[in-house]
Every structure is written in C-alpha cells, then in structure tokens.
Design a protein around this ligand. Sequence first.
Ligand SMILES: [Zn+2]
Length: 324
Amino acid sequence: MEFKRHRRLRTSSSMRALVRENHLRVEDFIYPMFVIEGEHTKNEVPSMPGVYQVSMDLLLDEVREVYNLGIKSIMFFGVISAKDEIGTGAFVDDGIVQTAIRLVKNEFPDLLIIADTCLCEYTDHGHCGVIHDHDVDNDESLKLLAKTAVSQAKAGADIIAPSNMMDGFVAVIRQALDEEGFKNIPIMSYAVKYASSFYGPFRDAADSTPQFGDRKTYQMDPANRIEALREAESDIQEGADFIMVKPALSFLDIVRDVRNRFDVPVVAYNVSGEYAMIKAAAQNGWINEKELVLEMLTSMKRAGADIILTYFAKDVANWLNENK
Ligand SMILES: [Zn+2]
C-alpha cells in the first residue's frame, strides 16, 4: 500500500530543528514598560505578576536589564495622577513619557524607543480622546494626538505608535511629524485594535479605565474580519510604516489576513489579559509556563507577525539565551 511517511521528518530533535519553519528571535520583541510618578517606587501590577510600574529614578536600572538581555525595542506607557479633560499630560514637553524617553535615549542611544501615542492614560474620564456629547470627538482628538506625537519625537522617540483608533490619525500625525522636521520617524499604527475584554489588567497597570461607557465607538467589534482590512488599508494609504493587530491570541486569523494582503511589517500585541491568564494558570501549577509561552508566541510568528509586543519579552530572552 502506498502512503506518505510524514514521520520521517520528526525522528529526532535535530531533524525537527532542521525542518522547523518558524522561529522566535530576541530581536522580534518589543517590551512594554510603565513609568510612574514619584521616587523609589516599583509596584508590581497585581493582575500581571512580574510587570512593574517603575518611577523615573529606578527606570535606567530596569531598562539596563532589558537591554542586557538583547532586547532592542521598548515601549513606554505613563502613569500620572494629575489628569484633566483633554489629557494635557500626554503632550507637554516635560510629560512623564517625554522625560523617560530623554533619560533612556541619553543612556542607551541604540535602543529603539517606541512611544504609544494616546490620551487615555492622561484624561480624567479615561477615554482616548476629547469627549463631546458622551462620545469621543474624532477631529478634536486628532489635533491633540498630533501634538502628542510631535512632543514624543522631540524627546527622542524612534517610532510613533498611535493607538486611539481615530479616523485619519495616521494622516494627521504624518503631516505634523513632517512639518516639524521628523520625516524619518516611522509610524506604527494600532490599525486593527479590537474592543476586547483582554485589556483588563492593562487598565490596572496604566490606570486608564474609562469612567463611563466603553470604547466600542472607536475600537473594533471582535466579530469583524473584513473591517480589519479596511482599517489597515486606510492607515497604509495615510502613511503607516507598520500595522499592528491587537489583541493577538484570539485574532491570529486577522494577523494572517493582514500579512497576506499588505507588504509592511506586521506587529501582534500579546496583551495584558493573555499574559495574566498564563501567569495565573502557571501559579496554580496547571500548565508548563515556558513551553506554553514559547508555543503561543511562535504561533503568532506562524500566523504572520514579524514583531511581537509582549510582557513575556524578558522571560523569552532569558530562555533563548539559555539555549545558546
Ligand atoms: Zn487610549
């Protein structure tokens, strides 16, 4: 009887390594970090064991650890107490993220710093833009988002990553960056960002829970697939250099769709809820954390992601370095 012997290529660890199709590299990762006001402060986020809010005086030590592991890119989020209606803290030149960027860039010039460009960590209502009639006003919010991007670029950010899902946000930011002399600063657009329940732990970490309503008028319905392609297409037309899909785990089909359709680098954001679920199961002894994390992140590469934003970046870097 004729049949195929697929198992021939699985006979040993070396054989499996020879035919392995997808690989994780430390260079694939962006590590998200939370900077908080105050001094001598390093707060572990309760729902995200191993992730900390760190004050400015301790930040360089934290970044040095990341840098020494070989991670080449980090992203900053700011946590502040003095919030207002329009999120002024997001775009002032001495804002918490701008200050962090300047400090870290000075010490680690070759580390890529990606600035998340949004207002929700800085508005007293927790929404990602200016509120009119109980909803985020698109065009008003765009102006502030452009200001935020320019202030981050001035501070030394290497990549601007707008995340508030306003229509036209890439166009407006591109124009503002160009006008201010930042033609070579790329935009990593959160082009396909779903209104997901996987963000819960992040909102604890960044203190950005909306005080009323939800984000469903700007973030996408998790039931939709074709809409993701429309969003990505607009952002690429407007000048996005990278396209992000967020969250990752429940949206790997979307990562694949975006990969197949467009020819820019695709970023998957392995979000806080995905991290928290694995940490909780590992703490209970229900899963093998290392194997599961490597499998999950490799599946994002297999789905077509070139780059992965993940809170597991340090762990994975350690594991990959062990194998060298
Ligand atoms: Zn936001």
